[in-house]
Design a binder for this molecule. Sequence first.
Ligand code: CP
Length: 304
Amino acid sequence: MRSLIDISELTLDELDELIRTADDIIENPQKYAHACSGKKLATLFFEPSTRTRLSFEAAMYELGGSVLGFSESQSSSAAKGESVADTAKTVSCYADIIAMRHPKEGAPLVASLNASVPVINAGDGGHNHPTQTLADLLTIHREKGRFGDFTVGLCGDLKFGRTVHSLITALKRYSGVEFVLISPNELKLPDYIKESLKKEGIPFLETGDLEGVMPKLDILYMTRVQRERFFNEEDYLRLKDSYILTPEKLANAKNDLSILHPLPRVNEISVAIDDDPRACYFKQVLYGKYMRMALILKLLEVNV
Ligand code: CP
């Protein structure tokens, strides 16, 4: 039995396999319509979500399975003090697979060590978000036709942005990837991730100047400043509009730039960019469902 807590647990061959499966689901949805008949997915969301929870649920329904769970901790026995470990043991009695989001870093790992069914990390605090990375990878693959040999700009809240942490962990394994880390000083990428890039000889540049680096980017990954991770509102208000991508700021961008954002968006991408052919963020939303379908099939060991 296998869980997915960190994207590095999947080999490059397995990522390729998930992308092939997602592509096949897109082409042949009927082939998969009953693949998980009789199986149940539990979505245990201790933190708000629109895309991740609903795409997991849509994924399981489109595989012919069913779904149970909760969308806030207050409606579960966590509100009465039940531990993550006991919750995981309990839900294992009712479901075949669990997707868990939790505000505490490491909570899905604790769940996986106590569950008797696979556990998927659907976002843990400011740490990791491996299934968002699966959505990002399918988007990049369909847009660029390759992984590697490109420059990726990551912009915004790189400190708390768990999607950024997981995406760097995935992309650094491909050759020819260069990272440009664009953030205010207070929201720089955590040192432990930068140390791993240095140790592995992966080129990266830190800057606060989005427009200055725009011409060199092949992919621009915008992120929201994570209000829920700040200790005080004053700091959040000061930093929240550090970067707002507008059509004017794209004046020097490449024609084949791909603009990604895990969403939700607050202010950091003007809606005027939504119709730009380079905007990929709503494609990411859709591709997330297909990659979660592929992941559920893999972890449940269902062959179609
Ligand atoms: N990208 C993402 O995790 O979105 P939600 O918070 O809406 O699930």
